[in-house]
Design a protein around this ligand. Structure first.
Ligand code: 4NP
Length: 162
């Protein structure tokens, strides 16, 4: 594995799904004492919430499951394509927006994937946007993220990413 291996999680606003993915992954990486080997960040395709803390409903759902939420929203930028080894979009629309942001970069799709490529416990292709729904949507995001981040970490450990 390239060390440090750098992962960027991306959603729309960077206040719900991607900061949760960042903090869940950080938690799992720290539990495995791999903090120096894997670097994690998150960003949004939109700039609406730049500088804001994660959404309070998302933070509540994460904390119920023992994950601490930290960070301030930022917008994704073309330079992220060079800075990160793996870029994981939460949904197809985030993925499509990332292709636009990264246009002009060499082979942008090589390091760009959908987060749910790593989810096995639920039959989902996208992490659903919880923003306009009730608390159960935020709980479900955490469930998907725990599953996908756990599988991602195992794949990194197993040498899937050289
Ligand atoms: P996120 O959720 O992309 O998971 O951070 C959203 C946050 C804000 C909005 C939409 C989705 N918004 O419309 O402001």
């Amino acid at each position: 594995m390239k060390s440090p291996f750098r992962i960027l999680f991306v959603c729309l606003g960077n206040i719900c799904r991607s900061p949760s993915a960042e903090n869940v992954m950080r938690h799992l990486v720290s539990e495995e004492n791999a903090t120096g080997e894997i670097e994690i960040d998150s960003a949004g395709t939109a700039g609406w919430h730049i500088g804001k803390s994660p959404d309070a409903r998302m933070t509540a759902a994460a904390e119920k499951k023992g994950f601490t939420m930290k960070g301030q929203a930022r917008q994704v930028k073309a330079a992220d394509f060079a800075a990160f080894d793996l870029i994981l979009a939460m949904d197809q629309s985030n993925y499509d927006d990332l292709i636009d942001v990264m246009s002009g970069c060499p082979t942008p799709t090589a390091k760009l994937k959908l987060f749910c490529d790593f989810c096995t416990a639920h039959d989902e292709t996208e992490v659903p946007d919880p923003y306009y729904g009730g608390p159960e949507g935020f709980d479900y995001v955490i469930e998907l993220l725990e599953d996908g981040c756990g599988n991602l970490l195992k794949q990194i450990r197993d040498g899937e990413f050289k």
